[in-house]
Design a protein around this ligand. Structure first.
Ligand SMILES: [Mg+2]
Length: 431
């Protein structure tokens, strides 16, 4: 059939990714580091969680322990930063604001990535539009970004990956414009496809499905039967059939953050433990409300950066769970363990918080082969009871003993920052 002006517009997606985001953020306020190796640390073990390209070229690995790489970092005069989540969050907002001007709809996918909706843009030269987006974002925010474009989200992600690896592309690649798509797909390992986790990659490889091309050529019905419907969708998406829509509503689904400044400085370990339990409880509630499970948990603490009398201290610790969970008790136990590693006596803490990332839908949970499922069922029931009582009778009617009762940090905090507009349990009562 000849195409007419009344055809349904073809789908096109763009994914914009900030290059080495945390390292790029640090450089904005330290321009002398442009072109120099930079790493950002996290974790009580001092893991490296972000690297500039120069640092990558030195062979500094992602997740490398800080104490193990100290000599290497020193030898090459690498600039080392502790993570500054307040800064990264703010710069992320600025990047997203700029990106939103380039497409009718955007999905903020993570702190440093957003999908753009280019539906109906198929007559445009998306390659030069992509260049314009990257140029403007860098000019207005200082953050370098790259963009991948494709007829599905999965292909856009793949194009973005290639845009950074293939010389000459300079961070912009439209997969639809490519002539030899099979050659490109055969160069991508199956585990590097968006949405294919490590477990699935292992299983696929055992069946000799090694590359994106191999997976593209699979029968979706077979994949649905032998794996599941999510992976079958990925096969369709690799074939240019868009199955995964832009999600503009749940912009925050990639992380749940509960972090606050204290009304009065916290100087006792006991108070900090209570505060962390409180934050974790709120974060786990948010998680369950959105029917999500968390895979990675971070805890952070810091003193005030504007206090000239005392030394500034800030630290964070992160752990990956074997099985994603939304159980307050389990998350709190882990949070307390992480806190122990970063809490140093003698500081006046001004801020602390918890962050849950790598969130998965509770229906798509990949359970641990060795995990006891009866436990999971019991935990689900208990959490349901907890949520229903707290939603009817007010937050913290039922809470873990580890949250404590009262506590200076909490009383002052509630007086200073009433949450009338965001907490149903703290609504004003009019009689
Ligand atoms: Mg990035």
């Amino acid at each position: 059939m000849p195409s007419t002006a009344f055809d349904t517009p073809a789908k096109r997606f763009g994914i914009v990714d900030c290059n080495n985001f945390y390292a790029s953020c640090e450089r904005i306020f330290a321009p002398h580091l442009i072109g120099k190796p930079v790493v950002v640390l996290s974790n009580n073990d001092g893991c490296i969680i972000a690297r500039s390209n120069e640092a990558k070229a030195l062979g500094i690995g992602m997740g490398m322990a800080y104490f193990k790489s100290k000599q290497l970092l020193k030898k090459h005069d690498v600039a080392v930063f502790s993570s500054n989540y307040a800064l990264y969050g703010d710069l992320s907002n600025r990047v997203m604001t700029v990106l939103a001007t380039f497409a009718p709809r955007i999905e903020v996918y993570s702190i440093d990535e957003a999908f753009l909706d280019f539906e109906g843009f198929d007559r445009w030269d998306l390659d030069s539009y992509g260049r314009e987006i990257c140029g403007t974002t860098q000019q207005w925010t200082g953050i370098p970004v790259s963009i991948g474009i494709g007829s599905t989200k999965t292909l856009a992600k793949l194009a973005n990956r290639l845009s950074k690896k293939m010389p000459g592309l300079n961070g912009v690649f439209d997969f639809s414009s490519c002539e030899d798509q099979a050659a490109l797909l055969s160069a991508v390992a199956v585990g590097d496809i968006w949405g294919v986790g490590r477990r699935w990659a292992d299983r696929l490889q055992r069946e000799s499905i090694n590359t994106a091309l191999d997976l593209q050529q699979c029968d979706p019905a077979m994949i649905k039967k032998r794996f599941n419907v999510v992976l079958a969708r990925t096969v369709q998406e690799l074939n240019g059939v868009s199955c995964i829509e832009l999600e503009t509503v749940q912009a925050d689904r990639q992380q749940v953050l509960c972090s606050r400044s204290f009304g009065v400085r916290v100087t006792e370990a006991k108070d900090m433990r209570h505060a962390i339990t409180h934050f974790m409880t709120r974060a786990a509630e948010k998680l369950r409300k959105q029917k999500l499970l968390a895979t990675v948990l971070s805890v952070h603490v810091s003193t005030s950066p504007f206090d000239d009398r005392n030394e500034y201290y800030s630290n964070a610790a992160t752990r990956r769970l074997i099985v994603p969970t939304d159980d307050t008790r389990e998350l709190t136990r882990l949070a307390q363990r992480l806190l122990k590693g970063i809490y140093v006596d003698g500081h006046s803490y001004q801020r602390a918080g918890v962050m849950l990332t790598e969130l998965v839908n509770h229906r798509n949970q990949q359970t641990d082969l060795f995990d006891d499922n009866t436990n999971a069922e019991r935990s689900k029931e208990l959490m349901m009871v907890l949520d229903s009582i707290n939603s009817q009778m007010g937050n913290s009617t039922l809470h873990l003993a580890g949250e404590g009762f009262g506590g200076a940090w909490r009383m002052k905090q509630l007086l200073r920052s009433p949450r009338y507009t965001t907490r149903a349990g703290e609504l004003r009562v009019v009689r």
